[in-house]
Write a protein that binds this ligand. Structure first.
Ligand SMILES: *[C@@H]1O[C@H](CO)[C@@H](O)[C@H](O)[C@H]1NC(C)=O
Ligand SMILES: *[C@@H]1O[C@H](CO)[C@@H](O)[C@H](O)[C@H]1NC(C)=O
Ligand SMILES: *[C@@H]1O[C@H](CO)[C@@H](O)[C@H](O)[C@H]1NC(C)=O
Ligand SMILES: *[C@@H]1O[C@H](CO)[C@@H](O)[C@H](O)[C@H]1NC(C)=O
Length: 834
């Protein structure tokens, strides 16, 4: 009996070992034999063989996803030295070295295996790892050689990036030279083990992007949002290794990390329905993510203008460069030197930051935070400290910086778990407190400006006194003018303050019939809207829900800012009411209501002919252009959608709810971000996944809006099932098949010039491209609408944030999908998914 079992077992073992996933000495995989001669991993996921990249006839040996035909190569052996013809073959020598040779026996690549074994076998595993071991050897032992130790440009689940400190092996990704040439390009991705270890993308030897230090839970420069549900990150720092890797929560989801030829690191997930690799995380992600754009001791704010600001207690090293030349990389210097000997220095704490570069930091993972502070105070060269470890539940461990604090970025909506404590001289403590409390708003507050202006005036005045030259006189005149202008600005503000009527609650209650339900026009993301009549004029009153964290004065200030924005494509704010815990905004009433009540109604839709729709599109563009670029403040709308486009009696569009995200502030400055305003279906991928907003996220929403206007269909944003695509997916498929006009709303087919519609669809698709860098800004959008579609660039694939709700991965992300449908219970980040 036992003998039979033994026999059976050895048959099974035998058949396994000679399976098609294994190469043994004597076997030759030749290019001319094609697929016949390739290795296929046991589960059928990966294949090893000869291939040519698209657009090239060179032959390479590589590993690729067997069931994916798009851009599927994950590893290449002879990337530096391709074979010109098809005479190549792969073999394994008797001592365990892999060889690629051509018909003449010339060696193109070998695995440089260092240790020889008697009976080797090379096996392709289901995680895309090609492993050389002694045949029948221990599967848990470290292999003789494995392809995962010599990655190309791609990181797969379970594959380590970084250092094996015992052997000195350093695993890095190296980008392809171009999309058609796999030879090593300019960019590498790996781990810098100096100081407190971090991940880097380098361009040659220069850092281009930095992950920030690992804190036991995540990299300081990667907000966790959007990552944890799909993959799990691991990072090991010990005597044996400094290495990072990731695992997928749901094994049926295909995820990979790619270093693109242009240096962009991209996390991708395969979407079967659209047959595309969809990006879900990027590095660098925005202008602040590129290594240290502001120089030392400055913080980069991705959505602010100017983008760079000094840390409290610091001033620009070269104000002229900052202010006039726009060269921000000089960074900042201390206003007051540290006073180490008297031991009177203190610290100020700043949260929501990507911690500064730790390449030159000292780290101690077991120290308490109090000891950390003392350690820093005790060292005259210490400039800042922070906790190093969050994995124990509370902040512990210690890292200290001893030089300039480089590459700090502010994160919208990130947490305050790991604040940076920046050392300062005691006398400026008050200044620090004031500065950290300041409401650093994304677009309005410009704390640098008035200070700089004053400083410039002082400098000029001093030089005037010193030398009585003509130039000085001239600049005195100039300074005086400047001062005068400044003063008149202030007066203007005051006058305008008086301009905005502050209604009392009784007046508003009367005007709306005591907020009678019959007068309710609808319910927006920020509360109900009522119709009313005030002194003969029809008004709309938005009664804000009581969730704003802002104080009354702050709120009033913001309302003033918004009241100052006047444009014929923005709804006019007539006044406000702040009383008894109530906050209300009074707007002009728009006779025709909101665009969605026309567009998505099968009868009313017919009333909107093409001219009207085109006019509406142009109006929205002009309104947005004003908000983004022309007004005195840069306003990012963040919730652009058809229900926020109101129509006056002549069907002119007016954007409403602009500045609402602002009114509810808090988002940008405090750690407890509970709301990213926005509507599912209109949100750009980077905003939905990472809470990052910019003018380009508005452009994305605008693109969706425009495509909805053309098609009369709603972008519900979700893949309901495998067969049900969302609007963007549908348009994209038709665009690729040159059938895009089929999607134009039936009720305007007769009234529209196809060229114009085609241009609009093209522009719409350019606006919803996945990467924000690829999307045009609003002024470009306006220009593009005036040109012929044939002159426009070809759009790249739209951003589908909806990977979260693809059935295939719904389980691993069920939480997020549920959030979409139950917005009231939203902890983060989806709000108002109506
Ligand atoms: C192989 O050798 C033949 C004859 O010596 C020569 O014509 C051919 O170019 C060689 N091929 C390669 C790839 O070197
Ligand atoms: C394996 O054999 C090849 C020649 O067949 C030789 O060049 C190589 O050095 C050997 N490797 C080891 C580790 O002995
Ligand atoms: C490092 O490499 C050595 C041999 O090359 C191996 O024995 C060891 O297990 C590796 N360490 C880790 C942590 O992978
Ligand atoms: C430090 O202390 C010394 C004497 O104790 C004093 O003269 C000096 O002004 C102090 N420095 C500062 C910056 O306060």
């Amino acid at each position: 009996m036992s003998r039979i079992i033994f026999l059976l077992l050895s048959v099974i073992l035998f058949s396994c070992s000679t399976a098609d996933d294994t190469l043994t000495p004597g076997r030759l995989l030749t290019d001319t034999d094609g697929v016949e001669a390739s290795l296929i991993s046991a589960g059928g996921k990966f294949q090893l063989g000869f291939f040519s990249p698209a657009g090239s006839s060179n032959r390479y040996v590589g590993i690729w996803f067997r069931n994916i035909s798009v851009d599927s190569v994950v590893w290449i052996a002879n990337r530096r030295r391709p074979i010109a013809g098809t005479s190549g073959s792969v073999s394994l020598t008797a001592n365990g070295t892999l060889l690629i040779t051509d018909g003449n026996g010339t060696v193109y690549w070998n695995s440089s295996t260092e240790v020889a074994v008697a009976n080797p076998a090379a096996q392709l595993l289901d995680d895309a790892n090609l492993v050389v071991r002694e045949a029948g050897g221990d599967r848990n032992s470290y292999p003789l050689w494995q392809s995962h130790d010599f990655p190309t440009n791609m990181n797969l689940p379970g594959m380590k990036i970084g250092w094996n400190l015992t052997s000195g092996l350093n695993r890095q990704l190296t980008a392809w030279t171009s999309a058609t040439d796999p030879a090593p390009g300019n960019y590498t991705f790996g781990i810098e083990k100096q100081g407190n270890a971090q991940q880097f993308v380098w361009q040659g030897t220069q850092p281009r992007w930095r992950s920030g230090p690992w804190n036991g839970l995540y990299f300081s420069g990667h907000p966790r949002i959007g990552l944890e549900s799909l993959v799990r990150y691991e990072f090991a720092v010990d005597e044996q290794e400094v290495a990072a890797w990731f695992a997928v929560n749901n094994p049926s989801v295909i995820v990979r990390g790619v270093l693109m030829p242009d240096g962009l690191l991209r996390g991708e997930v395969w979407i079967e329905e659209t047959q595309t690799w969809s990006g879900w995380v990027y590095a660098p992600m925005d202008p602040c993510d590129v290594f240290s754009p502001c120089g030392p001791n400055a913080v980069c704010y991705p959505n602010a203008w100017p983008m760079c600001r000094c840390l409290p207690g610091f001033r620009p090293r070269n104000p002229r460069n900052w202010d006039v030349n726009g060269n921000l990389s000089d960074g900042c210097v201390r206003t007051t030197a540290l006073d180490c000997r008297n031991a009177t220095d203190g610290f100020f704490q700043q949260s929501s930051l990507k911690l500064p570069d730790t390449t030159a930091s000292a780290v101690n993972r077991s120290m308490s935070l109090e000891d950390c502070r003392s350690w820093c105070l005790g060292s005259c060269s210490c400039t800042a400290y922070a906790s190093a470890n969050l994995s124990t539940g509370s902040a512990s461990g210690c890292m200290i910086w001893t030089s300039g604090l480089a590459d700090i970025k502010f994160f919208y909506g990130s947490s305050s778990e790991q604040p940076l404590h920046v050392r300062h001289e005691k006398s400026i403590a008050r200044l620090c407190r004031r500065l950290t409390c300041r409401h650093i708003s994304a677009s309005v507050t410009e704390p640098m400006e008035s200070g700089q202006r004053r400083m410039r005036t002082i400098i000029i005045t001093i030089s005037c006194v010193a030398a009585l030259c003509l130039l000085c006189v001239a600049s005195c005149v100039w300074a005086a003018k400047k001062k005068k202008k400044h003063r008149s600005d202030e007066e203007e503000v005051e006058e305008e303050n008086l301009d905005l009527p502050l209604f009392d609650l009784r007046t508003i209650a009367e005007a709306t019939g005591n907020f009678c339900i019959d007068n309710k026009l609808g319910e927006g993301g920020f509360g109900p809207v009522y119709k009313g009549k005030l002194e003969g004029q029809e008004i709309a009153v938005k009664r804000l829900s009581k969730t704003s964290t802002q104080g009354t004065d702050e709120f009033k200030n913001e309302v003033m800012v918004i009241a100052k924005l006047q444009h014929r494509n923005l709804v006019r704010l007539l006044g406000c009411c702040i009383q008894g815990g109530e906050r209300m905004l009074v707007y002009e009433y728009m006779l025709n209501g909101s665009l969605n009540t026309f567009l998505f109604d099968k009868d009313r839709r017919r009333l909107l002919d093409w001219r009207m729709r085109y006019n509406i599109i142009l109006g929205i563009i002009r309104g947005l252009l004003y908000l983004h670029h022309d007004s005195r403040y840069r306003i990012i709308h963040r919730d652009l959608k058809t229900s926020n486009i109101l129509l006056d009696k002549e069907m002119n569009p007016k954007i409403s709810d602009f500045g609402m995200a602002k009114l509810f502030g808090g988002d940008e400055t405090t750690g407890n971000t509970k709301r990213v305003a926005g509507t599912y279906g209109y949100m750009s991928p980077e905003y939905a996944m990472n809470g990052i907003f910019s003018v380009k996220s508005d452009v994305f929403s605008f693109g969706v809006l425009m495509l909805e206007i053309i098609t009369g269909k709603k972008n519900n944003g979700a893949y309901q099932s495998v067969h049900h695509q969302n609007l963007l997916g549908e348009i994209w498929s038709l665009w690729k098949e040159n059938r895009v006009l089929e999607i134009v709303d039936d009720s305007i087919h007769h009234s529209c010039p196809f060229d114009e519609v085609l241009t609009c669809i093209n522009v719409g698709l350019l606006c919803v491209q996945e990467r924000s860098e690829d999307r045009p800004i609003m002024s470009t959008v306006l220009q593009m609408l005036g040109s012929n579609s044939s002159l426009l660039s070809e759009p790249k694939q739209p951003g589908f944030i909806v990977i979260a709700c693809i059935p295939q991965i719904a389980t691993s992300l069920s939480l997020r999908c549920r959030r979409f449908t139950a917005p009231s219970a939203v902890p983060f980040p989806f709000y108002g998914a109506r």
